[in-house]
Ligand binder design. Structure first.
Ligand SMILES: [Zn+2]
Ligand SMILES: [Zn+2]
Length: 363
């Protein structure tokens, strides 16, 4: 039934997806294509190396500085608007940088038309420009209004503010770690989280690729621990902001080099393993902002001297929906997607055993 409704809705949305891909994203694609010759020119140069090493720390320092400026008079409606503006600016910086120093050439290709459109109209628009500011706002309100009425003050407010931000990032990520791990280990939760893992490319735009329902509920859930942690509102806000910038880096296609930071933060390198099609790689690196809890609970995966591959997505479900409507309905149609995937796997194994049987004996 749901699949029929989905197919019906697709007949309206698919032409719209194609239209936006061609006429709205088209000019951006044309502009970004112009960067490719520069990317070739800087290949192997010291300039590129400096860029690869400097981008992450520079962004982090700037985010902390700008964040504290945005909230110096407390969390106000102005902070809310500034957060939206900041995310818009980030997009305009990240997209060209990804073309200048790409990690995977395969991930540049955006001919997965419907997926791109889904990202823009679906969770992307909702995620970046509405839900994230809303989530940061909810956390700030929880801390400002509710926290003072609960329990005892335990937060070390005498620590340097920057240390407080990184302490809060780590404490809050404990809850995120387990929530994320739960989404991978429970099939009921996976049916929601699979939307995030269905992407076959990683780039700055798809960090918030999640089902809007899952995103909203988890966002509100994460606000609860903040009420008990009782950190000052400016620390909570800057931590949230730093977390969102880390989220951009996690999914970026920029070939940034983080060095020791790969062992502290949830980074592009370790998160690429988390999106791998190989199960043992995918069920690792659950950290949202930091990777510290993965070290502690034995789920850290980043073999020395190895680079994560760019073959990502859901291996067991080659038939996973790729359209906006398909993805919105996917948590509800998960049962039939799984059944179909199992049928395909049986067919494939029959075919390969037939191929083997037809091979000459000495091969
Ligand atoms: Zn995941
Ligand atoms: Zn991810």
């Amino acid at each position: 039934m749901l699949q029929k409704i989905g197919a019906f809705l697709d007949t309206f949305f698919r032409p719209l997806e194609r239209f936006v891909h061609q006429y709205i994203l088209g000019p951006f694609r044309w502009l970004l294509d112009k960067i490719d010759p520069f990317a070739e020119k800087i290949e192997g140069t010291v300039f590129k190396k400096i860029l690869q090493i400097a981008i992450f720390p520079v962004f982090m320092i700037l985010t902390v500085y700008v964040g504290f400026e945005m909230v110096k008079d407390g969390y106000t409606s102005r902070t809310f608007v500034d957060t939206i503006i900041m995310f818009l600016i980030l997009g305009f910086i990240f997209a060209p940088l990804e073309r200048l120093i790409p990690y995977s050439k395969k991930w540049i290709k955006d001919d997965e038309t419907p997926v791109d459109i889904m990202l823009f109209f679906g969770s992307k628009l909702w995620g970046d420009y509405i839900n994230v500011p809303l989530r940061l706002g909810t956390m700030a309100v929880v801390v400002q209004e509710i926290s003072p009425t609960i329990g005892q003050e335990i937060w070390p407010t005498n620590l340097h503010p920057i240390l407080q931000v990184f302490l809060l990032l780590t404490v809050a990520d404990f809850f995120r770690y387990w929530y994320h791990r739960w989404m991978h280990e429970s099939e009921f939760m996976w049916r929601w989280h699979a939307v995030h893992h269905s992407s076959e490319r990683l780039y700055w735009f798809n960090g918030t690729r999640s089902h809007p329902l899952e995103y909203t509920i988890s966002g509100l859930l994460w606000a609860i621990p903040f009420a008990f942690i009782k950190a000052p509102v400016e620390i909570v806000f800057v931590t949230g902001l730093v977390g969102r910038v880390i989220g951009r880096f996690q999914h970026t296609n920029m070939d940034v080099l983080l060095g020791p930071f790969d062992y502290i933060f949830s980074s592009p390198k370790n998160h690429r393993y988390h999106h791998s099609k190989k199960i043992h790689e995918g069920n690792s690196n659950y950290g949202g902002d930091v990777i510290i809890w993965d070290h502690l609970f034995g789920t850290f995966h980043m073999p020395k001297g190895e680079k994560p591959g760019d073959d990502i997505g859901i291996n067991a479900m080659p038939n996973y929906p790729k359209t906006f409507i398909g993805l919105m309905l996917a948590p509800f149609t998960y049962g039939s997607i799984k059944k179909e995937a199992e049928r395909i796997a049986v067919e494939d194994s029959k075919e390969s055993s037939r191929d083997l049987a037809e091979l000459p004996a000495d091969k």
